[in-house]
Design a protein around this ligand. Structure first.
Ligand code: UTP
Ligand code: MN
Length: 508
């Protein structure tokens, strides 16, 4: 009679939280528990309930009697008096589910493994509840399903990459494709990596990627391998491959492209030593690249970039007062290091920038700042009928590829430069200078800030979605058959029907 009544009461109390009265009835009833023992009063603060699920009825009965013999209060039914729920072979999730389905509610009691019970029996008193006694939470974290727009120029990609393990693997495959002359495959891997870079959290399961664009079968296979075993066998094999290592070393020489490196490898040249020994004819850029190999493969830091900027500003100010120098490339996007330092130079009066580059270069040279330089002249002219083909953003500006001789100042992190006897007095740094007329400045700024993939996606968006042609010089609207002017990056995004993305969020 009493147990039956109590059972009903427990159910409703736990379910509807009207437990105050119920708990008192439970309290008075507890001493008349099934075992009928009255010894369970030594530890008034502790009320046990042993869960039969998986423990089994006979073991439960045995343990209950043991507990009472040791002076513990053991409840046969779950009530709000219960402070410790003892379970065997159950996860906390299973117990909570059981509580919900069997009792129709939850409990504030400790959910403990039987180890706490047996230790307490041994100790003859309730032992302190430690983490190892608590039931393990199952790893049922809410898995978010990600989704992100398909063009990188529609996304905000900061330097805060939550999926570096995945994007490193994909970037390596992209690099290998590019080094093997397979640009299409390279872009596919770059796009896949970029989509993951934009996600707000680390990916833990493949099923989260339902709404993520640009993930082809190959990329998904790599992602799956990395998620499941921490690494992709294909990527690890590539990392170790002699050909890949040789391509990296040889294209790491300033002035050596994919074709040249491939040819040398075909001739059995895999290392710098072999290159030096077997002596194929090198051009001027490659000779400088080989001479300064270590410096040019050592990342340039922000302080060094600032030091280069000071030199370039002094040069520009001296040969063309009023000239404006802007740091572009990765450093404008907020990167802490780069493989080079890029500058865009203009003058607020259209036309005054003409002929600036040769003067700039000869000033730098005369001051001893140049180890190497090669200048191209500006060949970009707007055609009345629009751009004949997508402008190569490569070589139509007045542009100078150079290697600077940058004095190492005390305190600027140049410790790596010196062999014996401390830092050398200077290091070699790759510097790119671009001069643009002020009328093209916004396009040049947008085009040279990067990242490379962001730029590529901007041009793809312009062409495919807007029927426009974007270059680092201009934006042409095919529908209106005219060039669209802009004096800021914001205006260009607006012409393209895109939300403005600041440089720090163009790290696709
Ligand atoms: P970089 O190759 O210098 O890349 O090109 P980065 O982003 O600054 O990265 P690190 O740190 O130096 O390695 C800078 C930008 O200039 C554009 C690229 O699109 C990139 O956005 N660029 C580069 C061109 O438009 N044409 C080129 O010939 C080279
Ligand atoms: Mn750069």
């Amino acid at each position: 009679m009493v147990p039956f009544k109590r059972r009903k009461l427990v159910c409703s109390a736990a379910g509807s939280h009207t437990g105050a009265t119920g708990s008192h009835e439970g309290a008075t009833g507890s001493h008349e528990g099934a075992t009928g023992s009255h010894e369970g009063t030594r530890f008034p603060q502790v009320v046990l309930f042993l869960l039969e699920r998986k423990m089994g009825a006979s073991r439960r009965r045995f343990l209950s009697q043991l507990g009472e013999k040791k002076g513990f209060q053991v409840e046969q039914l779950l009530s709000e008096r219960v402070t410790h729920v003892i379970c065997e072979n159950n996860s906390s999730e299973e117990v909570r589910t059981w509580l919900r389905s069997e009792v129709g509610g939850q409990t504030a009691a400790h959910l403990l493994d039987v180890s706490w019970f047996t230790e307490s029996m041994k100790a003859g008193r309730p032992v302190e509840v430690l983490d190892r006694h608590k039931l393990q939470e199952q790893q049922t974290e809410e898995v978010e399903v990600f989704s992100t727009p398909s063009y990188a120029c529609q996304r905000r990609t900061t330097l805060d990459n939550h999926n570096a393990v995945l994007t490193d693997a994909l970037s390596l495959l992209a690099e290998n494709a590019e080094l093997s002359g397979e640009d299409g495959r390279g872009v596919a891997f770059r796009r896949a990596a970029a989509a993951l870079k934009a996600l707000p959290l680390p990916v833990t399961r493949l099923t989260q990627l339902g709404g993520v664009p640009c993930l082809g079968g190959h990329s998904l296979r790599v992602i799956k391998d990395v998620l499941e075993s921490g690494a992709s066998p294909e990527v690890e094999a590539l990392r170790r491959s002699e050909r890949f290592k040789a391509l990296k070393v040889l294209t790491g020489i300033f002035g050596v492209g994919v074709k040249t490196a491939g040819r040398w490898i075909g001739e059995g040249i895999l290392t710098l030593r072999q290159l030096r020994d077997s002596g194929p004819t090198l051009n001027r850029a490659q000779r400088a690249g080989l001479r300064h190999y270590d410096d040019l493969n050592r990342p340039v830091g922000r302080a060094e970039a600032a030091a280069v900027a000071a030199v370039v500003e002094a040069a520009a100010g001296s040969v063309l007062p009023g000239a404006r120098v802007t740091l572009i490339g990765g450093f404008r996007r907020g990167k802490q290091t780069g493989h080079d330092v890029d500058f865009l130079i203009t003058h607020p009066e259209e036309g005054r920038e003409a002929g600036l580059m040769p003067k700039l270069v000869s000033w730098l040279d005369s001051q001893g700042f140049l180890l190497y330089q090669k200048t191209n002249s500006n060949s970009y002219l707007e055609a009345a009928e629009g751009p004949a083909r997508p402008a190569s953003n490569m070589d139509r500006f007045e542009r100078c590829f150079s290697v600077f001789k940058l004095p190492e100042e005390a305190g600027r992190g140049g410790a790596g430069a010196g062999g014996e006897g401390g830092p050398r007095p200077w290091r070699a740094v790759r510097v790119d200078l671009v001069v643009s007329p002020v009328s093209q400045f916004a396009f040049a700024l947008l085009g040279w800030t990067g990242s490379k993939l962001f730029e590529r996606e901007l041009r793809r968006w312009a062409g495919h979605e807007m029927n426009m042609c974007l270059s680092s010089h201009a934006l042409y609207d095919h529908r209106q058959s005219r060039y669209l002017r802009a004096s800021s990056e914001e205006e260009i995004f607006a012409h393209l029907g895109l939300e403005y993305i600041p440089p720090s969020e163009r790290n696709a």
